[in-house]
Design a protein around this ligand. Structure first.
Ligand SMILES: Cc1ncc(C[n+]2csc(CCOP(=O)(O)OP(=O)(O)O)c2C)c(N)n1
Ligand SMILES: [Mg+2]
Length: 546
């Protein structure tokens, strides 16, 4: 007998390297849940809720390239939508598998649970439309072809796709056969013209620099860009969302570029160059220092996902991957003279002092090791950590564009599942943590040992800095005993603590280095102890909200 619809889809996902499926089980999704948990090559990762599952899939895809998520009809899939939309905005291919009522139930418009009670079954499928790059409802007849179409779309666009499975169809044998689709390549003439234009512009520039962007990493092209940087010896600076796409220990790295808000010397150099070569970076608000980063279109290039802009000329049907392969082979080395922006320097504070931003962020920087995976939540903490110098092979993850608070805790868990051998450090504000904190229990359940810092500054500090009245009580929170949460969530034997002085923080970080368990540290600071960028954003509110 040929394989079933769900077995076929799962085997194709396994071909892509997906070994774990995040989700919450439910009756309409049982055939999917059963197929995953009965598979010897796949693992079911039961999440606390579907939003967390989607964030975890996001984190997994950041490390692993692709991810899968499974939810039940209506109630489950709708909860996951914020996370899926984030993955769309941030270019992460997630296969969202949704269990649906049986085809017969749908045809008879029966009044079943998880519906609105109106006999309509395509409502949620339609809701998914703007936040996925392709969607389908599987049948035995379309399964082969639709699976290939959705895989091709997810990989080409690096965005989520939606696959719904009516319960009866999920276990039917597939009918028909389809081959994997070839990824669309570049148009050879456009590719040649684009490369010629790029090399020509580099050749004519007296000074040039590179701004590598997150698409490089989403496409797995980090090595290609590193090769190009090495080959051309062009200096590079990085924007917030794109931090650590290339190793910050490379000699060509000149520091973080954040417009007029931070690192003035980097801004002056980048904006003074005859040519700024963007590779998959996006000039969004928080990526451009509230739009204070200003590079003339006429003297910039942007190598995009499927096209290249050189000054005012656009080359269509050109794939980033093809451009980079050619550029690294053809670039010739040049020399440059520019200093490098320092990271965060040394911690400032005596052991008995309360913890300040001037102590905290440099101390966090000091603790980073080669290969660390750092997840930093939206809020003041990521704005501080973005300016830390990262050791070799260490990566920094933030949801700069989508910015949904609560993302970092489950996303860090997803990353830990994807890379159990690497050290995962989660840095989150306490307000964000309150949204998705249950997922902490999952680390222990799956034998993972993260280091978690919860920055407790008595509320939504970044909002206090951005809103009209900082003391508005909408920025206040219930005060929790955060350090007691791991125990309540089943993390037996973890090293947990609440620290209020520089000395205590220093001791705990030292202990964390050698801890054989997960580590959870609540860091108490004053209400307005904010990283430098957060203060600068406060001062630049007018451009941010203009
Ligand atoms: C899902 C969601 N809801 C609301 C917001 C608005 N928001 C942005 S930052 C923030 C507060 C973050 O507070 P916390 O995590 O305590 O970090 P802090 O800035 O205090 O360090 C809020 C509520 C958001 N970005 N996402
Ligand atoms: Mg806070």
């Amino acid at each position: 007998m040929s394989e079933t619809v769900i077995d076929h889809v799962l085997s194709r996902l396994r071909d892509l390297g997906i070994k774990d499926v995040f989700g919450v089980a439910g009756d309409f999704a049982f055939p999917i849940d059963d197929a995953v948990s009965n598979s010897r090559e796949m693992r079911w990762i039961g999440s606390c809720n579907e939003l967390n599952a989607a964030y975890s899939a996001d984190g997994y895809a950041r490390i692993h390239g692709v991810a899968a998520l499974c939810t039940t009809y209506g109630v489950g899939e709708l909860s996951a939508m914020n996370g899926i939309a984030g993955a769309y905005a941030e270019h992460l291919p997630i296969f969202h598998l949704v269990g649906m009522p049986a085809s017969r139930t749908q045809e008879a418009r029966r009044l079943v649970h998880h519906t609105l009670g109106n006999g309509e079954f395509d409502l949620f499928y339609n809701m998914a439309e703007p936040i996925v790059c392709a969607r389908t409802i599987m049948t035995p007849e379309n399964c082969e072809a639709e699976t290939e179409r959705l895989i091709a779309a997810a990989l080409y666009h690096r965005r989520p796709v939606y696959m719904a499975f009516p319960t009866d169809y999920a276990t039917c044998p597939v009918i028909g056969k389809s081959e994997p689709l070839a990824e669309p390549g570049s148009n050879p003439a456009s590719l040649d013209a684009a490369i010629h234009a790029v090399l020509n512009a580099i050749g004519h520039a007296r000074t040039a620099c590179i701004i590598p962007g997150l698409l490089v990493s989403r496409l797995g092209l980090n090595e290609e860009v590193a090769k190009f940087v090495e080959q051309s010896n062009l200096p590079f600076a990085t924007m917030f969302a794109d931090k650590s796409i290339l190793d910050e220990t490379l000699p060509q790295y000149i520091g973080m570029y954040d417009g007029k808000l931070m690192n003035e010397a980097v801004r002056a150099f980048v904006e003074g160059c005859d040519l700024v070569l963007g590779i998959g970076a996006a000039w969004t608000d928080f990526n451009s220092g509230s739009f204070t980063a200003q590079v003339d279109r006429s003297k910039s290039i942007n190598i995009q996902h499927h096209g290249v802009r050189v000054g005012h000329t656009f080359f269509d049907h050109v794939e980033m991957r093809d451009v980079l392969a050619s550029l690294s082979a053809k670039a010739s080395p040049r020399s440059f003279q520019v200093g490098r922006a320092r990271g965060l320097g040394e911690p400032v504070g005596a052991p008995s002092d309360r913890i300040t931003a001037e102590y905290l962020y440099p101390r966090w920087q000091q603790m980073l090791k080669e290969g660390d995976i750092v997840f930093a939540e939206t809020g003041t903490s990521s704005m501080g950590m973005a300016f830390a110098d990262l050791p070799r092979g260490s990566t920094f993850h933030n949801q700069t564009l989508w910015g949904s608070i609560g993302w970092a805790t489950p996303a860090a868990f997803g990353a830990a599942i994807a890379a159990p051998g690497r050290r995962v450090i989660l840095i989150t504000g306490e307000g964000s943590h309150q949204l998705t904190v249950q997922e902490v229990g999952q680390f222990h359940r799956f034998g993972l040992k993260p280091i978690i810092f919860v920055l407790n500054n008595d509320g939504y500090l970044i909002e206090r800095l951005l809103c009209g009245n900082p003391e508005s009580y909408y920025n206040d929170l219930a005060q929790w005993n955060y350090d007691k949460l791991p125990a309540a969530l089943g993390c037996d034997g973890w090293l947990t603590a609440r620290v209020t002085t520089c000395g205590e923080l220093n001791d705990l970080i030292t202990q964390a280095e050698t801890a054989e368990s997960g580590v959870y540290i609540e860091v108490i600071t004053d209400r307005y102890a904010a990283s430098q960028l957060s203060h600068k954003l406060h001062d630049s509110r007018e451009t941010l909200y203009a």
